[in-house]
Design a protein around this ligand. Sequence first.
Ligand SMILES: [Zn+2]
Length: 147
Amino acid sequence: MLRRLARWLRAAGYDTTEARPGAPDRDLLAGSRAAGRLLLTCDRALLAHRDAPGTVVLIDGSGTLEHARNLARQVPIDWMRAPMTRCLICNAVLQPASPEQRAATPPGIQARGLPVTFCPTCEKLYWPGGHERRLRETLAQLCDPAT
Ligand SMILES: [Zn+2]
């Protein structure tokens, strides 16, 4: 339910993983605490767990924008922390693409010499384009308290 929020957090540069579907609450809490992570959830029942304080953040609202606003009211979030430095799919830190990897991008990207990054885990390539621009616009919108 918070998959898009996780994606936006990764786009902002936050180390954000997703829980294994069906994982028992006790395991989620123990794993989060051991890793020093916050556990974002829409599941109010998780709050009742004795290990919840300081770890569980209950996200209210409908839709990703409301989820993001709700999160930022509870936890300091800098949506421009380090934009587009993590893989949106798997959370790995992106690296500059090698010349061989750059060769796999569309010719227009290569011709313009745009920065290309590479995910060392899932091997996805990232370059500036419409998708990245829209994500950056979303992050900028989240930074603006007037919206
Ligand atoms: Zn990846």
